[in-house]
Design a protein around this ligand. Structure first.
Ligand SMILES: Nc1nc2c(ncn2[C@@H]2O[C@H](COP(=O)(O)OP(=O)(O)O)[C@@H](O)[C@H]2O)c(=O)[nH]1
Ligand SMILES: [Mg+2]
Length: 679
């Protein structure tokens, strides 16, 4: 089999990954024309949502054939809402190319995807794109890379010209110039370095050779002896230095004009690592992360797509061994038949008998397999779970027309199969289905896919909060139910003492009847009657909790008493008690941890306080400050977008339920009018 490279393109959104992928595809000669994101005809943005919105939503694959090497190019989406796709793409690759804009330099999204690649342990290169734009500044972009990612960021190319004068680049390893046609054809001529760039090129080349030599003992000796290194040595030295993270090579170009794609392809072939050079992701062995054992065939499912007609397609990266025929899903403990194997290029699938070691492809019609699962031959280790973000943006989702509930729930579970960062759950208390995702856009696209793929129109609303009610005063009450109608009447009579319990205790019932004033057989009916009354609440229709009921007296009638009558009597006693027991509403309080760079500290703490939050403390964790706070859930329904806009995407947060606390009196009336069931 041909040599193989698995390379992922990552960046802040909109820098030009899809355009660069398109340009590289064209440069291999596979295509007679170059598509464009704006025209909606690129190889990788083929999804109808992507075409409509003009940006990538999902990770897609291009299978390129260049200089006898197969390059699996992985194009990822850049926005935070689709981080799940990005992470899957990075875990399939052996090297990442991080694009940045020659105008904007390193942005928040650049750092985010860089960090994920660091977490996976793959080498990182940089591509300074958009050199044709006004104010494009290569030197400044390089500086911002070094500022963010360290001095190992070293240019391996220099641009020739900038903005409208941008014509091509100099390859510092070969010291050759590539002068591109500016008609977007991607055609270029090799030539000598332009004279006015000679000094700059010499300096940059020296820096590069220094860096390459410094990464290898044998090379540095030779370099010190001979004063320079030949192109072969430089290529080999680069390969090693890049693989080991000693150098992050910086490339340059304009994806839009087709400038830089071809030299980048050449570099990928000549010094990017092949799959056998990079350690596979860690496996979990009884909760500890370890190296994947040798000889243990293993493939990682990094993405799943579901087509309502064609069925399920599981995208996989084979790390060890090859994949074909019968295989075993370690996570699910199930055999899976891998008979429908494909290589993928955009939305075209090409059948193959096997997926070779190191290769990327797709498996059709697996039954139990989900994203993140491990397929093996005989092995028993599975890859550690993908480090996917928690879906914190929550909306209640309703079918637009009654009767579409089933369709909606099928659609939702299919969407979750495709995208583990999109989850739906049922809230039994509020009786709402909650759809959770990574942001507004993520949820909007889910709604649109439900409509187009699963034929169901849904609406999103801010979810209802699961308020509770309780009492704050001790009181005794009397409930008497007596009805005399024609034949047999109804009679139940009970006296109950109620008092509040500590937060989180729940409900307690105590039978303190003596002398059989209520016969034992009716006592469970009293308890049942109370429980039913609790479920409907008193102030705003939310369940009553943390209450003790002591049934201490009552009476009965030989003929007219029944379980029904005692249930009614109990509920009357409850209603009576509520008029004196000073009922209140409890609201759920969440423990929030917000991670932000220092400069946002003041804004974030102020905002949390204005949300009725209590700051618990702050702590430095690496580059971030982490603020811990207790905040009412009701104040957090838009926090994911608010935090994003307050910190221009740099803040992250986590949430967990903490406790129920008294709702402040001034808000109580508002909640009562919003939540009390309309009669
Ligand atoms: N001027 C200029 N525009 C570019 C360049 N690369 C991409 N674009 C445009 O930037 C927009 C976003 O590009 P796209 O490839 O979708 O970015 P992605 O989100 O990183 O995939 C599109 O309108 C492209 O045509 C470039 O090098 N120069
Ligand atoms: Mg894109």
């Amino acid at each position: 089999m041909a040599d193989l490279r698995n390379v992922v393109l990552v960046s802040h959104s909109g820098v030009g990954k899809t355009t660069l992928a398109e340009s590289m595809n064209f440069d291999t000669g596979a295509e007679s024309r170059r598509g464009s994101v704006n025209e909606g005809n690129t190889v990788s943005d083929f999804d109808e949502e992507e075409i409509a919105r003009k940006f990538s939503i999902s990770t897609s694959l291009l299978r390129l054939d260049h200089n006898e090497t197969i390059i699996n190019l992985i194009d990822t989406p850049g926005t935070l809402d689709f981080a799940g796709e990005l992470i899957g793409g990075i875990y399939a690759a052996d090297a990442a190319i991080t694009l940045l804009s020659a105008v904007a330099g390193v942005e928040t999204g650049t750092v985010r995807c860089w960090d994920i690649a660091v977490g996976r342990g793959i080498p990182r290169a940089l591509f300074v794109n958009r050199m044709d734009r006004e104010n494009a500044d290569f030197a400044k972009a390089v500086e911002s890379c070094r500022g963010a990612f360290g001095d190992a960021c070293v240019p391996v190319q220099l641009p020739i010209g900038t903005h409208t004068g941008f014509k091509g680049l100099v390859d510092l390893i070969t010291a050759k110039a590539y002068l591109f046609a500016t008609d977007g054809s991607g055609k270029f001529e090799e030539g000598e370095v332009p004279r006015e760039l000679a000094d700059e090129v010499n300096q940059a080349r020296e820096k590069l050779i220094d860096a390459v030599a410094a990464a290898d003992d044998a090379l540095i000796e030779k370099y010190l002896e001979e004063g320079t290194l030949g192109p072969e040595e430089l290529h080999e030295g680069m390969a090693k230095a890049f693989r080991e993270g000693m150098i992050h090579p910086i490339f340059v170009g304009s994806a839009e004009l087709g400038i830089g794609g071809k030299p980048l392809l050449d570099a990928i072939v000549s010094y990017f690592p092949g799959p056998n050079k990079i350690t596979p992701p860690k496996v979990l062995v009884s909760d500890r992360e370890e190296e994947l054992p040798e000889g243990d065939a293993a493939a990682l499912i990094f993405k799943t797509t579901v087509d309502p007609f064609a069925g399920k397609l599981s995208l996989t990266r084979v790390f060890l061994g090859k994949l074909s025929g019968e295989s075993f899903n370690v996570n699910r403990g199930k055999n899976e038949r891998c008979n429908n194997l494909f290589h993928i290029h955009g939305n075209t699938q090409k059948g193959t008998d096997e997926l070779a070691e190191g290769d990327i492809g797709a498996i059709g019609k697996l039954e139990a397999t989900l994203t993140g699962d491990t397929l093996a031959q005989s092995g028993s280790s599975c890859f550690a779970p993908l480090p996917l973000p928690q879906p914190l943006m929550k909306r209640a989702v309703f079918p637009a027309s009654k009767g579409d509930e089933d369709k909606m729930s099928t659609g939702l579970s299919r969407l979750h199969e495709e995208d583990p960062t999109l989850r739906s759950t049922r809230n039994d208390q509020t009786k709402e289905t909650i759809l959770a995702g990574l942001g507004d856009q993520h949820l909007q696209i889910a709604v649109s896919r439900l409509r187009k793929k699963y034929g169901v129109n849904v609406e999103l609303k801010v979810p209802r909060i699961a308020y509770l009610e309780t009492i704050t005063k001790k009181t005794t009450s009397h409930g008497r139910h007596k009805k005399q109608t024609g034949g047999r009447g109804q009679f139940g009579d009970c006296q109950i003492e109620f008092w509040p319990l500590d937060r989180g205790t729940g409900v307690e019932f105590e039978n303190a009847i003596v002398g059989g004033v209520i016969p034992g057989k009716f006592i469970p009916a009293v308890e049942k009657g109370l429980n039913e009354a609790y479920a409907h609440g008193y102030l705003c229709g939310c369940p009553i909790v943390d209450i003790h009921a002591k049934l201490f007296y009552g009476s009965y009638h030989n003929v007219d008493s029944s379980e029904m009558a005692f249930k009614v009597a109990a509920s009357l006693a409850f209603k009576d008690a509520m008029t004196r027991a000073a009922p209140v509403i409890l609201e759920p309080i969440m423990r929030v941890e917000v991670g932000i760079p220092d400069e946002f500290m003041g804004d974030i703490a102020g905002d949390l306080s204005s949300k009725r939050g209590k700051i618990l403390g702050m702590e430095r964790q690496g580059k971030m400050q982490v603020v811990g706070a207790l905040v009412p859930e009701a104040e957090l329904s838009n926090y994911s977008s608010e935090l994003r806009s307050m910190t221009s995407g740099q803040g992250t947060y986590s949430l967990e339920f903490h406790s129920y606390e008294l709702l402040p009196g001034e808000i109580q009336q508002k909640i009562i009018s919003e939540y009390l069931p309309k009669k």
